[in-house]
Design a protein around this ligand. Structure first.
Ligand code: 4NP
Length: 144
């Protein structure tokens, strides 16, 4: 799960998908395409909305997306088109490129990007949670 800062959207997506799969079978992680917050925990508003739905993401630590992620992961979900293209820039060939998808392409919400909630209010985090939850239901069903 990849967003820009790895403190708002992708930590939520990591926590939500983890809650829906068998951790002995599926390894889920998140990263950011930017390095502003490396080492930091998720934004407290993401921690709060996850908590509201019984998911604890407070122990996550921000890391930056790296080329080695193409080796380590089968699927790479970008939260928006800008992050999608930044991930694709690091790909080494078609096999890498084919791993990268927009998270919301998994669902038919009439929306292709998970909006960045960083500069908005708490309702933005609730909306992000709901979108991510629907997309992760579809992904988990396929993986389980
Ligand atoms: P995220 O949100 O990509 O969902 O983690 C952001 C977090 C921080 C910043 C931008 C977006 N920032 O500019 O610091």
């Amino acid at each position: 799960m990849v967003c820009l800062g790895n403190i708002c959207r992708s930590p939520l997506a990591e926590g939500v998908l983890k809650s829906k799969v068998d951790p002995s079978q599926v390894f889920v992680d998140s990263a950011g395409t930017a390095g502003y917050h490396v080492g930091n925990p998720p934004d407290e508003r993401s921690i709060a909305v996850a908590n509201k739905y019984g998911i604890d993401i407070s122990a996550q630590k921000c890391r930056r997306f790296s080329k080695t992620d193409f080796r380590d992961f089968d699927y790479i979900y970008a939260m928006d088109k800008s992050n999608f293209s930044n991930i694709i820039k690091l790909a080494n060939g078609k096999v890498d490129e084919r791993k990268v998808k927009l998270l919301l392409d998994e669902v038919d919400l009439g929306l292709s990007e998970v909006p960045d909630p960083y500069y908005g209010g708490e309702d933005g985090f609730e909306k992000v949670y709901q979108m991510v939850d629907l997309a992760c239901q579809v992904i988990a069903k396929r993986l389980n």
